[in-house]
Design a binder for this molecule. Structure first.
Ligand SMILES: [Zn+2]
Length: 126
C-alpha cells in the first residue's frame, strides 16, 4: 500500500482533487497525477517524480542563490496534449510549473518556445 494513493489533495495547489480510476485530477489547476504506476523515488525527473514538491526542495538545496538549472518537460496546452512518456506520472500545464517555481523560491529566467508542448526553460534560485 502506498499512502500517496490516499492523499486526495492536488500536489501542485493543494485543492481537493477528483479521483478517477487510475489518476487524480485537479479541477482547479488542471494538474493530473497517475496513481497506477510505480514512480522514480529519486525525484530526478519531474514528470516521473513521486513527490514533485520534494523535487523542488532538492533542487533548492542543491543550488546557491542566483544559480540556474534547465527544466524541460512536456506540458499540455488547451489545443494540444503531448503523448504521455512511458511511466510518466505527473502531467502538467505550463501554469502549474510557474506556480511551483514561485512556491519554492525560483523564478524563470528565459523560456525557449512559448507555444510548444515541450516546455524548456532556464530557472534561477532566487
Ligand atoms: Zn491543483
Amino acid at each position: 500500500m502506498n499512502n500517496k494513493n490516499f492523499d486526495n489533495h492536488c500536489d501542485v495547489c493543494g485543492a481537493l482533487t477528483r479521483i478517477s480510476v487510475h489518476k487524480k485530477i485537479c479541477d482547479f489547476c488542471k494538474f493530473v497525477k497517475a496513481l497506477d504506476k510505480s514512480t522514480d523515488k529519486n525525484n530526478q525527473n519531474i514528470i516521473f517524480a513521486d513527490n514533485i514538491n520534494q523535487f523542488f526542495k532538492d533542487k533548492y538545496a542543491e543550488l546557491n542563490h542566483g544559480e540556474t538549472f534547465i527544466l524541460s518537460l512536456p506540458v499540455s496546452r488547451f489545443y494540444k496534449k503531448p503523448v504521455p512518456k512511458k511511466g510518466q506520472v505527473n502531467f502538467f500545464k505550463s501554469k502549474n510549473i510557474m506556480f511551483l517555481l514561485e512556491q519554492h523560491g525560483f523564478q524563470m529566467v528565459s523560456r525557449k518556445s512559448r507555444f510548444s508542448s515541450q516546455l524548456s526553460m532556464v530557472v534561477r534560485k532566487v
